[in-house]
Design a binder for this molecule. Structure first.
Ligand SMILES: *Cc1c(COP(=O)(O)O)cnc(C)c1O
Length: 416
């Protein structure tokens, strides 16, 4: 089919929920994509952080094929090797105790929310079920994860939402303490020698859920000081520190998980986008403290940890060795340095870590218009928040592909 035939068929038969770019993609190789007509694009999007090991990755395709021939699916009522091996790899490299496999980010976050509420209820009973999330956050599109998402634009149309979420400003320790309630003053003067008694640690809050770098919100990294304080304050009150690593996880920031860049361990964390290199998979990792909160019958999902997705994820993790992740960090610094070096007036802040980067273009044209112009010129790029272009290239992108993409970006920003 031609691009225009695909678009016509889509327009008549698909719910038009996506503001799509005017491009159809047929195939890819490395970090390059091709339209049905053979037009070449450099890809700085990787399917929004999903195609972590690039396109046409032979070992990945072979792992999927071999597993599909052996066993494509079996219910979670039975054991399978890819599932168990993947759990072993993920816990070893994340420092977590165990994992629950789901299919996507929003679904993983639903599991995280259930885990946090049950942890608190098991220990303290009812009335301690609120989860604090940050303004500008994004946690998913289900009714509950929309409620968790701290952006007003997502809170239209779909009332009533799930109760029990409160949004606080990011990087504001005072606001965090205030939201945690009556014991705020005490926590502020806490000297680290004794834990607060459970009855003091109320405010009805059981957890604080954050993205360490807010993705959809604008590629906004949390301050190191804030994250360290968050860890300490959560410990003092036995409030869970939950990390939504759906976008930041699986090597995106130059470590397997972004919390490893911050030198903290959350109590539980979710992942999804990049884990299986293009197949749907997500999950919840729990620390020792939270590892047995969800027991038999408390949580489940039909496709979670599907053997094909698990085999793909094992191949992704084997290609994302520690050395490969160091390279992700270096490529990120290279891109940041190159863009800063242009000295263009259209370029504001350059934010992010590893290959999760945002360029603020406030004052220049709208990010969406700039992204469209990049695409017309052969570079696929994303936007984030109200002011930024967002780059999430495949983690395996070559320096040659980076240079080609940057050349196109520079051309567009020069005339912005
Ligand atoms: C994409 C994203 C989600 C939602 O993931 P889906 O797979 O689309 O459900 C949740 N949280 C963050 C941080 C994300 O980037």
């Amino acid at each position: 089919m031609t691009s225009s035939e695909i678009k016509t068929l889509d327009a008549s038969h698909v719910m038009q929920t996506y503001g799509r770019f005017d491009v159809a993609i047929e195939r890819g190789e490395g970090a390059k994509l091709y339209s049905p007509e053979g037009r070449e694009y450099v890809d700085f999007t990787s399917g929004i952080g999903v195609n972590s090991i690039g396109y046409g990755n032979t070992a990945w395709a072979e792992a999927i094929y071999a597993q599909a021939l052996k066993l494509g699916h079996i219910s979670n009522l039975f054991y399978t090797e890819p599932y168990a091996r993947l759990a072993g790899e993920l816990t070893r490299r994340s420092g977590m105790a165990n994992v629950f496999f789901a299919n996507a980010g929003g679904e993983a976050n639903e599991g995280l929310i259930k885990l946090a509420r049950k942890y608190s209820r098991d220990k303290y009973g009812d009335g301690r079920s609120t989860i604090l999330t940050l303004r500008q956050s994004f946690h998913g599109r289900t009714v509950t994860t929309l409620a968790a998402t701290g952006q007003e634009q997502f809170h239209r149309h779909f009332f009533p939402f799930t109760e029990g979420f409160k949004h606080i400003p990011a990087n504001d320790i005072k606001a965090l303490e205030a939201a945690l309630g009556a014991s705020a003053a005490k926590a502020a003067s806490f000297d680290g020698t004794a834990a607060l008694a459970p009855e003091e640690a109320d405010g009805g809050v059981c957890a604080v859920m954050v993205e360490l770098i807010q993705g959809e919100g604008g590629v906004l990294p949390l301050d190191r000081k804030y994250v360290t304080a968050l860890r300490r304050i959560c410990d003092e009150r036995d409030v869970l520190f939950l990390a939504d690593e759906v976008q930041t996880g699986i090597g995106r920031t130059g470590k397997l998980f972004a919390y490893q860049n911050y030198g903290v361990m959350p109590d539980a964390a979710t992942f999804a986008k990049g884990i299986a290199g293009g197949l749907p998979m997500g999950g919840v990792l729990a620390s020792e403290k939270c590892a047995s909160v969800l027991g038999a019958g408390d949580h489940a999902t039909t496709f979670g940890g599907n053997p094909i997705a698990a085999a793909a994820a094992l191949e992704v993790l084997s290609q994302l060795s520690d050395g490969a992740l160091d390279e992700v960090a270096r490529k990120g610094e290279y891109i940041k340095g190159a863009i800063a070096g242009w000295g263009l007036p259209a370029v504001g802040e350059i934010r992010g870590m590893g290959l999760m980067l945002g360029v603020s273009v406030a004052g220049a044209s709208l990010p969406k218009e700039l992204a469209s112009r990049c695409i017309e010129n052969g570079l696929l790029i994303l936007t984030a928040g109200s002011d930024a272009l967002r780059m999430l290239p495949p983690l395996t992108i070559s320096y040659e592909e980076i240079d080609r993409g940057l050349e196109i970006l520079k051309g567009v920003l020069e005339t912005a």
